[in-house]
Design a protein around this ligand. Structure first.
Ligand SMILES: Cc1cc2nc3c(=O)[nH]c(=O)nc-3n(C[C@H](O)[C@H](O)[C@H](O)COP(=O)(O)OP(=O)(O)OC[C@H]3O[C@@H](n4cnc5c(N)ncnc54)[C@H](O)[C@@H]3O)c2cc1C
Length: 391
């Protein structure tokens, strides 16, 4: 009996390797990077939002068109299973007020350390700097390494190569040319370009717009948005990013509405303005209670010729988004291997014995723990598919 090859040492690949090794299979993991799980570690910088505590049907709805394709994997390895797994590695979790679930340590490194130690204990080996380049004529896996080409004959293979965002962390989407049925990659959970005035950019880039509500195409999301050098990013923006991206690709730009005081209605806001004798800047800060960056946004609109009365402008400030930030800085990517290329056990229809998991599949979801949960669930599903196929 030869080993099962898992290609990609991100969360999807590592959990597949663990599931296979727990079942007694010999497992070899390959990754093109020198270190495993680079993106998982970066996700930890934001606290590592592992999953979400809401009921499963509401949870699944966040995967939009891919919800039904992901349902079997997520039902078989649901958020509670992921939480139990994390706690089993000695990392207690907590649920935030929004329902999002995080490890108490608020980072990925202790969890990853414990995880890699567990894998080592199970006899799993990790071959670093092995870039998968396809199959040879006899069906063996081929890898490019610093020492040259090597091949590996596997009993079965799990591909967990990731999407195409933050390519410098390893998931560069280069695998797309090796497989058929791949939907083009697009950034997901990303920022957008805004043509800030030089004054606004210099003064406010890097500052957060806290507790705002953003509305686009009838959907409103509360949260935070960050002013960047060339636009805007952050949780509330990411939550609307799919619809905004599609609108920009269709129409060339999109108009986002920003409510800078979502906790006050327009009449209550209007009652705060006495108007007389105060500069616009003081009115915005002292009477409307806006932060300097929020007040700066209103002034930016005024300078651009917007004459809407202040209370209405503060409640629905129009922000023209002129472009989409690229894959280099997107949290995740849309596109990838289409589910129609897989059978019910995550196996490639076109190549028996090859299973696929994680973000390399064609689904997208907002931030909130939905990304990692789907990676873990499909990683487990692919490993169970392998176990069924070589039982
Ligand atoms: C800044 C940031 C913050 C994030 N925060 C969160 C969060 O809080 N919660 C959440 O749910 N998600 C978060 N995510 C998303 C989450 O990290 C990813 O969805 C997840 O890591 C994808 O897992 P994966 O195993 O499918 O792929 P990846 O983690 O991308 O791993 C794929 C692996 O495959 C390897 N590989 C690729 N091609 C080859 C090849 N040809 N040969 C060999 N190896 C190859 C790569 O080197 C990589 O190690 C965040 C992402 C970013 C960038």
């Amino acid at each position: 009996m030869s080993a099962v090859a898992v290609i990609g040492a991100g969360p999807a690949g590592l959990i597949a390797a663990e599931t296979l090794a727990q079942a007694g299979r010999e497992v070899v993991i390959f990754d093109q990077m020198a270190q495993p799980a680079r993106k998982f570690l970066v996700a930890g910088r934001g606290g590592l939002n592992l999953t979400h505590s809401q009921p499963l049907e509401r949870f699944l709805a966040h995967y939009g068109a891919a919800a039904e394709a992901l349902r079997p994997a997520i039902e078989a390895f649901p958020p509670e299973a992921l939480i139990a797994w994390c706690e089993g590695l000695g990392q207690a979790v907590f649920t935030g007020s929004s329902g999002r679930v995080f490890p108490r340590a608020m980072k990925a490194s202790p969890l990853l350390r414990a995880w890699l130690a567990r894998l080592e204990g199970l006899g799993v080996t990790l071959r670093r700097r092995h870039r998968w380049t396809g199959w040879d004529d006899a069906g063996a896996l081929r890898f490019a390494t610093p020492e040259g080409e090597v091949s590996f004959v596997a009993d079965a293979t799990v591909l967990a190569l990731g999407g195409a965002s933050w390519p410098r962390l390893g998931s560069d989407g280069g695998w797309a040319s090796l497989l058929a049925d791949v939907a083009p990659f697009q950034p997901s959970n990303m920022g957008f370009h805004v043509a800030w005035s030089p004054h606004f950019r210099e003064r406010f880039q890097g500052l957060p717009l806290k507790r705002v509500a953003l509305t686009f195409a009838g959907e409103t999301r509360r949260g935070e948005a960050m002013v960047t050098r060339d636009g805007i990013e952050g949780g509330a923006v990411y939550a609307l990013s799919g619809a905004l991206r599609d609108a920009i690709s269709r129409d060339g730009s999109a108009l986002l509405q920003v409510d800078l005081r979502p906790d006050l209605n327009q009449a209550a806001l209007a009652a705060r303005f006495s108007g007389r004798g105060m500069s616009l800047s003081n009115q915005l800060r002292k009477q409307a209670g806006l932060s300097p960056v929020a007040a700066g946004l209103v002034q930016e609109a005024r300078h651009a010729g917007d004459t809407t009365a202040l209370p209405a402008l503060i409640k629905a400030l129009p922000l023209r988004l002129t472009g989409v930030q690229g894959l280099e800085r997107a949290i995740s990517s849309a596109g990838g291997l289409r589910f129609t290329a897989l059978d019910a056990h995550c196996m490639l229809r076109a190549r028996s014995g090859v299973f696929v998991a994680g973000e390399m599949l064609d689904w997208e979801a907002p931030t909130g723990g939905y990304l990692l949960q789907a990676c873990f669930s499909t990683g487990v599903a692919a490993a169970r598919g392998v176990l069924l196929s070589i039982a």
